[in-house]
Design a protein around this ligand. Structure first.
Ligand SMILES: O=C[C@H](O)[C@H](O)[C@H](O)COP(=O)(O)O
Length: 224
C-alpha cells in the first residue's frame, strides 16, 4: 500500500472509532495536515450527526467550512470528547513530535481540551525514539536569535524555517540533532526558554489512542 492509502485507512478507522459516540451536541477537535485532511473529508458524511468542530489551524477551519461543517471558537465550548490529528513521529508511549505544518501551538491547545486524543498515522511515523524528525519550536519573532543560542547550548542545531509565519503570527525554528532521551523533561525545559511559545513535543499530553496504518491493516493501541 502507498503512504496515501495508509493515511486513508487510518482516517476511515478514526471515523469508525468516533461514530458510535456522536450526538447532536458533540463538538470535535480537529487537527492539521494531510492525514487530518483525509479525516475531515470523511466527516462530510457524518455532518448531520454532530454539532461542529474546533479547528487547530486556519487551513483545517477552511476545509471544514467548505464541507458545510460548523467551526466553533474554542472559547465558546467546554471539554471536547475527541481530538483527532496526525503526527510527524510517534513512539510506543504515544508521545509525539508535531508541527511539521507549523500548527503545533493551536494543536496543543485543542488537544489539551480533549478527553481523548486519537492519533492517526501511517507506519513511517512510528519510531523507537523521537527526534529524527526535526523538532519544531514556535517562537516570538523578536526572540528568535536568543532562542536559537539557547538551543545550541542544549545540543541542538537550530534552523530558522524561512518564509513561514504561524497562524499566531510567530516564527518556527526546527531543531536538528536533538538527542531526545526524556521527551517529558525536554518538553518542559524548552517551554521555559523566554520567547518560546510552544515546542512540538507532545509528551505531557500525548495521544490516548494510536491508529497506525500498516501494510496488513490498521493497528489500534489504546493507553487509556
Ligand atoms: O503542524 C502540523 C501537524 O503537527 C501535523 O499533524 C503533522 O505535521 C502531521 O502531518 P501529516 O499528516 O501531513 O504528515
Amino acid at each position: 500500500m502507498t503512504q496515501d492509502e495508509l493515511k486513508a485507512a487510518v482516517a476511515d478507522a478514526a471515523i469508525k472509532e468516533i461514530e458510535p459516540w456522536l450526538d447532536k451536541g458533540t463538538v470535535l477537535g480537529i487537527g492539521t495536515g494531510s492525514t487530518a485532511n483525509l479525516f475531515i473529508d470523511r466527516l462530510k458524511l457524518l455532518r448531520d450527526s454532530f454539532k461542529g468542530a474546533v479547528a487547530s489551524s486556519q487551513a483545517s477551519a477552511e476545509r471544514l467550512k467548505a464541507l458545510g461543517i460548523d467551526v466553533l471558537e474554542l472559547n465558546s465550548v467546554g471539554t471536547l470528547p475527541f481530538y483527532i490529528d496526525g503526527a510527524d513521529e510517534v513512539n510506543a508511549d504515544l508521545q509525539m513530535i508535531k508541527g511539521g505544518g507549523a500548527a503545533l501551538t493551536r494543536e496543543k491547545i485543542v488537544a489539551a481540551c480533549a478527553q481523548r486524543f486519537i492519533c492517526i498515522a501511517d507506519d513511517s511515523k512510528y519510531v523507537a525514539r523521537l527526534g529524527e524528525f526535526p523538532l519544531p519550536i514556535e517562537v516570538i519573532p523578536m526572540a528568535r536569535s536568543y532562542v536559537g543560542r539557547e538551543l545550541v547550548k542544549l545540543g541542538a542545531e537550530p534552523v530558522y524555517r524561512q518564509g513561514v509565519l504561524t497562524d499566531n503570527g510567530n516564527q518556527i525554528i526546527d531543531c536538528y540533532d536533538f538527542n531526545i532521551k526524556d521527551p517529558l523533561e525536554l518538553e518542559a525545559r524548552l517551554n521555559a526558554i523566554a520567547g518560546v511559545v510552544t515546542n512540538g513535543l507532545f509528551a505531557a499530553r500525548g495521544a490516548d489512542v494510536l491508529l497506525l496504518g500498516k501494510g496488513d491493516g490498521v493497528e489500534r493501541t489504546a493507553l487509556r
